[in-house]
Ligand binder design. Structure first.
Ligand SMILES: [Zn+2]
Length: 461
């Protein structure tokens, strides 16, 4: 068992104590929020709706849920028919050839999102040590496929260490007791401190670091953290910073596949915004269920649940229509569906329908969406006679602001201590990119390469 790379315990505990003391009652604490002029709106990036695909249960080579299902069944005392499927007939492996095929298709179509890599899939073997049943060369090749065909468009997340049995950090082995209390998907996190959960996430992240897969976030397996949400958020913040020095850690825990509940990202535990070390953690929310075959190769609900053939109905149409980011959810198991690629086929159709119906989508990884939302919520914005003054804890591309009516000659964006950037005018909002502006109705919209610290937008008549 490699040494768990220690988080800076003192800073870690100080951070925990500070936020827990400040917000004892709230399930999730937003933390600090700066002043924000009411006359200036931060719009969606480039006036486009962020979309993406969140893929769970993927890893290298191992067909995770073939090995996980009997472990779920055992922990559940063989009482749940969901875990009594014909898993013995499922292949051990989801081939790299399919990973490459999917990755190349996504790259060719500009599709982005998150792709889990379970570090010690169902206790079969640790990716940084070896996978019994595969050669080291197989494992190296599989990691390389992930690096070259997945990572360009997809964030990598652990989920968590095994997605099944909880690993005892003292021994590196699964705890002996097989019950919901010692399964990652169920009760283990309940009642645990942010420190304990953070140490667990740190091992998960360290294994991926050691095999050359950087992460800016984590995915919770099953119900992991469900009854420990503040601790989960704080543990993510500290462990992802601790292992990867990520500026804006994020996590995927929640999915709301119907109803009015907001599915916009949630910026939490923000602090130190004006100082040298601003901090926050972002909760990325999925807005669909898994309608592509699930974690267990069930009959897929199909494309219509996402978007109907005529582009008028479906959850994506609803969420995009209300102006919120629309992150879809799927499991790698169902995307491949025992080699029949049923989920992949459905997803390709969903993408075709989205591209036909909408011309203002922006495919984003959760890390990009987290950065945009953190900048949107945590940048101080003051309206001035000439335009706007910003104070940003985090830099952010395509930071799109709407100002009311007014003159605009040669607008400039000037970060403190840097030369002014003259914004180019475009004649339609569809052409907005970094460093441009346009009129939209009576208002003026600018798309800025937001810099950390102080900066100024001047409309210059
Ligand atoms: Zn999962």
């Amino acid at each position: 068992m490699s040494t768990v790379h220690p988080i800076d315990r003192r800073a870690f505990l100080a951070g925990i104590a500070a936020s827990a003391a400040a917000f004892p009652s709230l399930a999730q604490s937003p933390g600090d929020r700066p002043a924000h002029a009411a006359t200036i709106t931060v719009e969606l990036p480039r006036l486009r709706t962020p979309v993406g695909l969140i893929i769970d249960d993927s890893t290298c080579l191992v067909n995770l849920n073939k090995f996980a299902m009997p472990q779920f069944d055992e922990a559940f005392g063989s009482s749940n028919p969901v875990y009594r499927r014909n898993w013995r007939e499922w292949p051990n492996e989801i081939p790299d050839a399919f990973v490459r095929k999917f990755g190349e298709w996504a790259a060719a179509n500009g599709i982005k999102g998150k792709y889990s890599i379970v570090p010690y899939p169902a206790c079969v073997g640790r990716l940084d040590r070896g996978l019994p049943g595969w050669s080291q060369a197989d494992l190296r090749a599989s990691l390389e496929v992930v690096r070259t065909t997945i990572m360009p468009n997809w964030d990598i997340h652990p989920e968590m260490i095994t997605h099944t049995r909880v690993i005892d950090l003292a021994t590196g082995q699964p705890f002996p007791e097989i019950s919901a209390k010692f399964m990652e998907n169920w009760e283990w996190t309940t009642g645990r401190s942010a420190d304990e959960i953070g140490a667990y996430l740190t091992l998960a992240l360290s294994i991926l670091r050691d095999v050359g897969l950087p992460c800016e976030g984590i995915t919770t397996p099953g119900g992991f953290g469900n009854r420990a949400l503040p601790q989960l958020a704080q543990a993510t913040l500290e462990s992802v910073r601790g292992v990867f020095h990520a500026e804006i850690p994020h996590y995927f825990r929640h999915a709301f596949d119907k109803g009015p509940e907001s599915v916009a990202p949630r910026v939490e535990y923000a602090s130190g915004l004006d100082g040298p070390d601003p901090r926050c953690v972002v909760s990325i929310v999925a807005c669909t269920g898994d309608w592509t075959g699930g974690w267990d190769n069930t009959e897929p609900k199909g494309a219509d649940a996402f978007i109907t053939e005529d582009g008028k109905g479906g959850r994506m149409v609803e969420v995009i229509g209300r102006g919120e980011p629309a992150m879809m959810l799927a499991h790698w198991t169902g995307i491949w569906w025992l080699g029949q690629e049923r989920g992949f086929t459905i997803f390709k159709e969903v993408v075709r329908r989205l591209q036909t119906r909408f011309d203002r989508l922006l495919w984003m990884r959760p890390s990009e969406l987290s950065r945009y939302w953190a900048a949107r919520e945590l940048t101080a914005i003051a309206a001035t006679d000439a335009g706007a003054d910003f104070h940003a804890p985090f830099p952010c591309p395509s930071f799109t602001v709407r100002c009311g009516d007014g003159p605009a000659g040669k607008p400039t964006y000037t970060p403190a201590g840097a030369p002014a950037l003259v914004l180019d005018r475009v004649d339609s909002t569809a052409k907005l990119v970094d460093g441009t502006w346009c009129r939209d109705g009576v208002s003026r919209v600018a798309c800025l390469p937001l810099r950390k610290g102080a900066s100024r937008l001047v409309w210059n008549d």
